[in-house]
Design a protein around this ligand. Structure first.
Ligand code: SF4
Length: 107
């Protein structure tokens, strides 16, 4: 799928895990929910996605995060990622290697 055929802006919550506890957070800290790399692949294969935002939760705590990041970087999508300062440095380093079309937001 190419160009204008791709119209979806996709928000992915890879995990609800987080090492912070913001008072306004709506995640359930008593359970762990994760999307797998295969599930992310299935979504990208089936929807005409133009951009992906990885949001709520500490993405770096997901055991497949770097593999998912590698997969998404290889797709023709704009990628935005929100990661807190508490993200492990190796994850921040990997995120900073995103191709120029990607937008990385490090708070
Ligand atoms: S950083 Fe985000 S996911 Fe983590 S506790 Fe705060 S609001 Fe929730």
């Amino acid at each position: 799928m190419r160009g204008s055929a791709r119209g979806f802006a996709l928000g992915l919550g890879l995990t609800n895990e987080c090492n912070l506890a913001c008072s306004f957070c709506y995640r359930d800290p008593n359970r762990i929910d994760r999307l797998t790399l295969d599930q992310v692949r299935a979504i990208i294969d089936r929807l005409p996605v133009r951009s992906v935002n990885l949001g709520t939760g500490e993405n770096g705590m997901h055991p497949e995060f770097l593999a998912i990041l590698d997969f998404l970087r290889a797709q023709p999508v704009k990628l935005t990622i929100k990661i807190p300062k508490t993200t492990p440095i190796e994850v921040q380093t990997s995120v900073s290697k995103c191709r120029p079309s990607a937008s990385n937001i490090i708070e």
